[in-house]
Ligand binder design. Sequence first.
Ligand SMILES: C[S@@+](CC[C@H](N)C(=O)[O-])C[C@H]1O[C@@H](n2cnc3c(N)ncnc32)[C@H](O)[C@@H]1O
Length: 366
Amino acid sequence: MEREFLLHMTGGQGERSYANNSSLQRTMMLKAKTMLEEAIRRLYRHSSPKCMKVADLGCSVGPNTLLVISNIIDIVHAACVGLNHEPPTFQLYLNDLYGNDFNTIFKSLPEFYTKLVQDKGHKSGSCFINATPGSFYGRLFPSNSINLFHSANSVHWLSQDPFLGLSKEALNKGNCHIVTTSPPSVYKIYLKQFQKDFELFLKSRSEELVPGGAMILLLLVKTETPRRSIFETISLTLSDMLLEGLIEEEKLDSFNIPTYEATMEEIREVIQEEGSFFIEESEIDMVPWDGRKIEDGEDFSVDGDIRAEFITRYIRAVMEPLLVANFGTKVMNELFIRFQKKVVELMKVERLEYANLMISLTKTCS
Ligand SMILES: C[S@@+](CC[C@H](N)C(=O)[O-])C[C@H]1O[C@@H](n2cnc3c(N)ncnc32)[C@H](O)[C@@H]1O
């Protein structure tokens, strides 16, 4: 339960907030628009709900939170116009863990509602936004109640430190994530946690979805090409700091970054074994760590400092609350200065990219 308070993005609207440092996640999220349109068209082939219930899981705080909702409303409206249907009323649920800065979202709602009416011509009272705090690794909604789930950049977060209750001695000592020198047993521990979590995630969502309900997930994955993970890079930075006596050994040993980038095969296997969902479509998109597409032959390290600074700012907004809880505030500036330098060096020799999976699922009617 403690982690469910500790894990959250940096709240508020300050310079270091997630709200001001999440344009990369927005770029990733917007790539799924066509998939979302198709999923909504498919939903309308089965039913035409009077009240469309949609939940965004791992909504965090900032412009992305309301943008996804606004897009979904627009897509449903367009689908209704095409089908000559009366547009539905919307009940939209924003979910995240308990420590998420829901208050900042609430404060932006009056403006959002006004815009819906003024700019988009929606009827006042046609959209109701609710917050649903809690872990998506478990039930959040009543049975058979939700038409559409959406989740961006969240399901690669595990429910807990995968080493909880296990000794890290000799296994991954000096590291806090999977790094290139980690033995296979470390991968297995992370994979096992992912399998357990993802299965519970699917089971919970299948109980909550109406028959034929849809789910769009966007998450970081691993592909066949070996690729450095940004979480590994944080781990490497912390390992350097340990060697230089800047952080304590016990603190590093008792901490593991709770994220796992699964392969498509690992994901497919859990979906098939759990059995409640059919994969409609899936696509993996390569996204450079700074979001800027690299042309073939172009050197990623051009503008290296600027790129690394941007990358550092958003990963700090994502990771700082969790890292502070374990290592304290004092070392944060040093950690991210070193992280930024490491990214500049890595960019000279590697292509730093995320593999972002977009997957569209439908609840099977069993
Ligand atoms: C990187 S943010 C993504 C936010 C937003 N969807 C976007 O794309 O900008 C990941 C979010 O997932 C949330 N999260 C992680 N594990 C969660 C869980 N088990 N239940 C609910 N939210 C979770 C985090 O708290 C965080 O706000």
